[in-house]
Design a protein around this ligand. Sequence first.
Ligand SMILES: Nc1ncnc2c1ncn2[C@@H]1O[C@H](COP(=O)(O)OP(=O)(O)OP(=O)(O)O)[C@@H](O)[C@H]1O
Ligand SMILES: [Mg+2]
Length: 319
Amino acid sequence: MLNRFRPKYLSDVIGQNQAKKILSLEIAAVKNSNYKKKMPHTLFLGPSGCGKTTLAWAVANELGAPISMVQAKRLTSNKDIFNAIPIINGNPQYILFVDEIHEMPMKVQEEFYLVMEDGILDVRDFTTEYEKITGKRLERVTLKGLIVIGATTREGDLEIPFRNRFGLEVYLDKYSEKEIREIIQKARKKLLVDIDDEVLDEIAKRSRGVPRRSLSLLERLESVALAEGSRITMSIAKKTWDLLLIDDLGLTRQDYRVLKCLKEQGRMGLKPLIAQTELSASTIRTIEPYLVQLGLVKRTSKGREITNKGIGYLKNVEF
Ligand SMILES: Nc1ncnc2c1ncn2[C@@H]1O[C@H](COP(=O)(O)OP(=O)(O)OP(=O)(O)O)[C@@H](O)[C@H]1O
Ligand SMILES: [Mg+2]
């Protein structure tokens, strides 16, 4: 479970200095006002595995506020929103963390405005025919202390009016190799086996700037080491990369599938690439920026194509 590595407080979060600064300031303001000032509704934007959920939990811990989490697409009515609210227990402020918030159904988004702006939630119950017709309100709940924290990997899919209702937007980005190294350096203390220093660089190199990836590799190394009754050495690492089919740059079979397809087909749009590789749109969207960053793939207005460097790279790979 990667949860064992999750930092609890902002001070334990590595990198993302701008984000930490803004959040600490708002948290200090709330605390100095003795919770009279409200923490603004906050939107975390950024790639998967880069710390959105981690920061939401850190904010809750710093504020001493209860928090609950829900996937936006599961909110299909006001009743769902109501059921998702955390147990308030007399706390002046409490957090509803809504993940992949761009997936919130349109109808619920509009209801959500009232919750965010006025702290009012009308819980209607459409269980009887009469209520279906009249939309009879069963209960109005006031939630003045409710802080909404939203997270999205797809900021372009968020409606502007919805987005505008967040007081604070916090951007998270990929991490440098040095920051990733720091993250695994901290995480190593929680491992059940020792790890040689040189392996940390090997992990950082293959993590594509994503903390979740680095920690997941660390866990796989731990498994192989435990299975072999060893500490995590370079030889355990080599064994693990071979087993997982991960190369020196952290590329996997999925990346190769994209590269090979582009080599064979020339320039391609997203849809044909999906059809040919049988990868999902979201998988391609997730893996492609790294291939571009490495200079193996080039994006143009007419699609993407493999570069000479990409073709050269493919020649040297074994799987
Ligand atoms: N800045 C950081 N410092 C230390 N550890 C981090 C940091 N960011 C992320 N992590 C670690 O990486 C793991 C994944 O991060 P997290 O779950 O917060 O990503 P996410 O942005 O919410 O991803 P998703 O969009 O897929 O939900 C966490 O378990 C945490 O241990
Ligand atoms: Mg998350």
